[in-house]
Design a protein around this ligand. Structure first.
Ligand code: DON
Length: 537
């Protein structure tokens, strides 16, 4: 009680920040309080701190998306997602019979895309940062060099992965005891190699990640481990500015990411289809709400998976897919009383990961930053560079074998094939909601494809079902995607009456433990913000 009163009180003065990890939140919050510190500065500090204290998803060996709205209202989407290495190609994960080589796109160096996080943070700082770059990395360096206590959740995750992550010699050195057990809960996690890497990035800026010992270490280890990364890949990498998709809902504008994120398209299609239905008067719990929401989610996923990918690779305008006429036809036939059966039922059950991370920041000027960043799976490809940081397995987000499911069960198409220099399609969905010219909320989540439905449902909770900020995030959620047709739900989302009704329509259902891990900031009045972290974690 005392703690939350304190958080709220400090928010009044300097803005608000929500991340998935307490040390990163504190470091970022301290930057917001510093004279001249702004939301971008706080984001850079959060990003590097998470790379130290939340190694399952925080990263310098991965990539992500940043949405930024300046205090005056201009909005930007900075894409620092991984790209396929120059030596990548569409068949790189297939054997001579065209079969997928098991785990080749998820485990080990071959699964690693060229990481973009350091480039993205550098670009953001160059354009919008206020405090010196070096000072923004100091908290991360300190956390790596002096250590921080290993949480119960971190210990559990490391224990679970002892057989994969623990096999990598550098990761073993960082996270495991000599006997192979995960470092103890409560003991200090000190990462000296990572501290050296961060010091180099602090001193030399982005050039430390273009060439020199950090890159050499990555490339040599990759080559030894069967990967295809080359020094040239790091020289060629460019973060990209993409259009911001503006999705209208009543008196609100949602600022969202465009391709290679599917977020903007998904939100414009789902909200467009939903606008024909009286959700607010049906209510959150009503079976019609759940049924219609499930249907629009499934239809938007079908379009995403078939048509989307890196915007350079698409031979059509993705904007056409969010045109009202198209959305009307996409939503035709949706009924609260009918379940639309998918085309195929022969479907492999995907393994699911809950890692990736999102942070939301607002500063005292009203500038907002919404960042989702990832190594893809938890701890990425389970390989570490000699510099003490983990590498992503983002290559699995490509359609490694078009027509077949990836680790999230997404069957994707030809626009999302592995082509050198291209980015894989993403579900990451950082959003900023604007009302009357002012930021009203900043929202995002991890969860693979469930990110899209999580963010949509938090938005609806707040702005359609009129929940408080905390309720909007805490309320149980559900997820449907094109295939499999199963609607997955958290305990408490569906009453037994709703379950019977959905079953009678033919809707397959499955109860699951958790969906998403939202970190959001909401406006509560003219001057007051509330950071909300997900009570699920
Ligand atoms: O970009 C994407 O869509 C995925 N790489 C995100 C992965 C993810 O969220 C993993 N788990 N929570």
């Amino acid at each position: 009680m005392i703690i939350s009163a304190f958080i709220l009180a400090t928010c009044l003065q300097h803005g608000a920040v929500a991340t998935a990890e307490i040390h990163a939140t504190q470091a970022s919050d301290a930057i917001l309080k510093e004279e001249g510190g702004n939301a971008i500065d706080a984001a850079i500090t959060a990003s590097f701190a998470l790379a130290v204290t939340y190694p399952t998803a925080g990263n310098i060996g991965g990539g992500g998306f940043m949405l930024y709205r300046e205090p005056e209202g201009l909005a930007w989407f900075l894409d620092f997602r991984e790209v396929a290495p120059a030596a990548g190609h569409p068949e790189m994960y297939l054997d001579e019979n065209g079969e997928l080589i098991e785990e080749s796109s998820t485990l080990g160096w071959k699964a690693v895309g060229v990481p973009g996080s350091v480039f993205g943070m550098w670009e953001a700082h160059k354009l919008w940062g206020s405090l010196p770059w070096e000072s923004l990395l100091e908290p991360a360096i300190e956390l790596a060099a002096s250590g921080f206590p290993i949480s119960e959740a971190e210990h559990r995750r490391l224990t679970r992965l002892a057989k994969t992550l623990g096999k990598d010699p550098y990761a073993f050195r960082s996270f495991y005891n000599k006997d192979g057990s995960a470092k103890d809960e409560g003991s200090l996690l000190i990462q000296p190699e990572l501290a050296v890497t961060l010091r180099r990035i602090a001193k030399q800026g982005v050039s430390a990640f273009r060439k020199g010992p950090i890159v050499k270490g990555i490339v040599e280890t990759s080559q030894k481990g069967g990967g295809v990364l080359a020094e040239e890949d790091f020289i060629q990498y460019r973060p990209e500015f993409r259009p911001v998709q503006k999705v209208r809902w009543r008196d609100l504008t949602i600022l969202a990411a465009t391709a290679p994120s599917s977020s903007g398209l998904f939100l414009s299609q789902t909200l467009g289809m939903l606008s024909d239905f009286p959700l607010a008067s049906w209510g959150w719990e009503d079976p019609r709400t759940v049924q219609v929401l499930g249907e629009v989610e499934a239809r938007a996923f079908a379009i995403r998976n078939r048509w989307m990918g890196d915007p350079i690779g698409c031979d059509f305008g993705v904007a056409a897919l969010s045109h009202p006429t198209f959305i009307k036809s996409l939503g035709s036939g949706i009924s609260p009383n009918r379940f639309t059966r998918p085309r195929s039922t022969n479907y492999p059950a995907p393994w699911e990961s809950k890692e990736t991370t999102h942070y939301s920041i607002v500063d005292s000027r009203g500038a907002a930053v919404s960042v989702t960043t990832t190594l893809n799976s938890g701890y990425g490809a389970k390989v570490m560079a000699p510099g003490g940081f983990l590498m992503n397995n983002e290559m699995d987000d490509f359609a490694t074998r078009p027509g077949y499911a990836n680790q999230f069960g997404l069957i994707q198409g030809k626009y999302n094939q592995v082509i050198p220099g291209r980015r894989p399609l993403s579900s990451m969905s950082p959003i900023i909601v604007v009302r009357d010219g002012q930021v009203d909320s900043v929202i995002g989540s991890p969860g693979g494809p469930t990110i899209l439905t999580t963010v949509l449902q938090v938005f609806l909770n707040r702005y359609v079902f009129r929940m408080t900020p905390k309720q909007s995030v805490a309320a149980p959620r559900f997820h449907r995607q094109d295939l499999p047709a199963t609607l997955k739900y958290e305990a408490g989302r569906l009453t037994s009456k709703v379950i019977s009704r959905l079953r009678s329509l033919g809707q397959p259902l499955k109860k699951i433990r958790k969906l998403g891990n939202v970190d959001a900031v909401f406006r509560v009045n003219e001057t007051e913000w509330i950071p909300v972290t997900d009570p699920r974690w």
